[in-house]
Design a protein around this ligand. Structure first.
Ligand SMILES: [Zn+2]
Length: 478
């Protein structure tokens, strides 16, 4: 079966275009990963969550996705942070890499197939710089660093739509980050200084001892991975946050195409920003939020996912307490609804109104996500299904199709992964609940309803909900 058509906005052409991978059903997906100088913030995770949805949807559509996410463990920021902490670079970045993986798992992000670490790809980076020097698109500056000559790469600025006139020939920039109105020759390889040596961030190269520029790292790691694994030099999709369009992705294109002469990526996807409580997140505004803050507050990852997916990835999101509360409530409703279906499904193999609702749910979610990953529309379809199906389940007469509805709901809610995290059951609590339920049963049998009600209230106070069924009392944590 060939994969279903998926259309996505391409930053390169500023149009929504059908995804056309080089060698379907394979899709190579490169996603710029975290810089492990500190904990990744919730804005970084918004990007990673949009990429997670993209990957899951492509897989659902029948593609065989190979996802690469790099870890930037050497750049201006990591070196500065290690210096301030008085530690070698590797020692400073290791716990933040570990923390990133923990946060990823908390937010239910599917692990990439490979996480190349910049410090482990020095030979590939050095080879890339050597090749660019050879081809005459790079040169050694008198400061001992190697620069990319943007004037020698005529299509420079195509991704970020820079006007050719803005480019000042010969102007140079050494730092990893700089402004869009200052396109300049950028550093591919920076001559090692005392600070680099002090933290162990310097490597020998034929063009002098130094360290890679941040932009070079992604070009080298992505080309190395797809070249070695698939024998190609073009990525199917390259994704990241909008803040990476310039200079990071522009420079990645220049370095990669300047080396291979092939298009670097067929499709460029960029996720929008996240604000927290109305403003840009910053330590100064006191609204800086990490994934671990949310985890420590006991926030169910499903609610964070739902909150993000309620906004299109190309629109900014405002992360507010009200939005989070609403998402928590949405997740609770989804879980409760699933519980109803689970209860009914084993006794129901027929088709009926619920099966037609299920068919519509799958068609609506597919139409939404095939259309530039329109997650808010997919979420709306999910809740519309819950409303419609709940109405059917409320009818006194048995309505057919719950098994089919449960399967479809599981598949669609599974792509978004927004069902509540099952609460871990403490065995001590479980045996206490069983004991109390026994006491309640006894009280009811002796018609002491006051005592029975008191026990129900006692259980409710600890988050235990009981439901009396013909087979006896059932309970669950809420
Ligand atoms: Zn990158």
């Amino acid at each position: 079966m060939s994969p279903a058509p998926v259309s996505l906005y391409n930053t390169l052409t500023r149009r929504i275009e059908p995804l056309q991978p080089l060698a379907p059903p394979r899709v190579t997906l490169y996603t710029c990963g975290p810089t492990v100088w500190n904990y990744a913030h919730i804005g970084n995770f918004r990007t990673f969550l949009f990429e997670d949805l993209l990957r899951r949807w492509l897989e659902h559509a029948g593609y065989d996705v190979f996802q690469i996410m790099n870890l930037t463990d050497v750049d201006d920021r990591t070196i500065k942070a290690a210096r301030q902490a008085g530690k070698p670079l590797a020692e400073h970045t290791a716990p933040f890499t570990q923390a990133f993986f923990e946060d990823r798992d908390y937010l239910r992000i599917k692990p990439a197939h490979v996480y190349p670490r910049a410090t482990e790809y020095m030979p590939a980076m050095i080879a890339l710089v050597a090749r660019l020097l050879e081809r005459g698109v790079a040169y050694r500056g008198e400061d001992g660093s190697v620069y990319f000559a943007i004037a020698k790469f005529p299509t420079y600025g195509r991704l970020s739509r820079l006007d050719g006139r803005e480019i000042k020939v010969g102007a140079r920039v050494a730092s990893d980050e700089y402004a869009k109105d200052d396109p300049s020759d950028f550093a591919l390889w920076k001559k090692a200084d005392a600070e680099d040596e002090a933290v162990g961030a310097a490597w020998d190269a034929p063009f002098g001892r130094g360290r890679p520029g941040w932009h070079l790292e992604c070009s080298a790691m992505s080309l190395e991975e797809i070249g070695r694994r698939f024998g190609v030099q073009t990525l199917d999709i390259h994704a990241g946050g909008v803040d990476l369009i310039f200079p990071h992705h522009e420079n990645e294109i220049a370095q990669s195409e300047g080396t291979t002469g092939q298009p670097f990526a067929r499709h460029w996807l960029h996720g929008e920003f996240l604000n927290v409580r109305g403003t840009k997140m910053s330590k100064r505004h006191g609204n800086f939020l990490t994934a671990r803050d949310l985890r420590e507050q006991g926030v169910d990852a499903a609610a964070v996912r739902l909150l993000f997916f309620q906004t299109h990835y190309r629109q900014p999101v405002d992360f507010t307490d009200q939005a989070l509360d609403a998402a928590k409530e949405g997740v609770r409703r989804l879980g409760e609804f699933r519980g109803r279906l689970v209860e009914r499904a084993p006794k129901d193999n027929e088709s009926g109104p619920l099966s037609s609702l299920a068919t519509r749910l799958e068609a609506d979610v597919a139409a939404a996500l095939n259309d530039d990953l329109n997650a808010p529309r997919a979420v709306a379809a999910l809740f519309e299904f819950v409303r419609g199906a709940n109405r059917e389940l409320d009818r006194p007469d048995v309505s057919g199709g719950t098994a089919r509805a449960l399967a479809a709901f599981g598949r669609m809610a599974g792509v978004l992964d927004v069902l509540p995290t099952p609460k871990a059951l403490d065995p001590e609590l479980a045996s206490w609940v069983e004991e109390r339920l026994g006491a309640r049963d006894k009280a009811r049998k002796s018609k002491d309803f006051k005592a029975a009600d008191a026990i129900r209230a006692e259980l409710a106070a600890r988050g235990v909900e009981i439901e009396d069924t013909p087979q006896g009392a059932k309970w669950r944590m809420v």
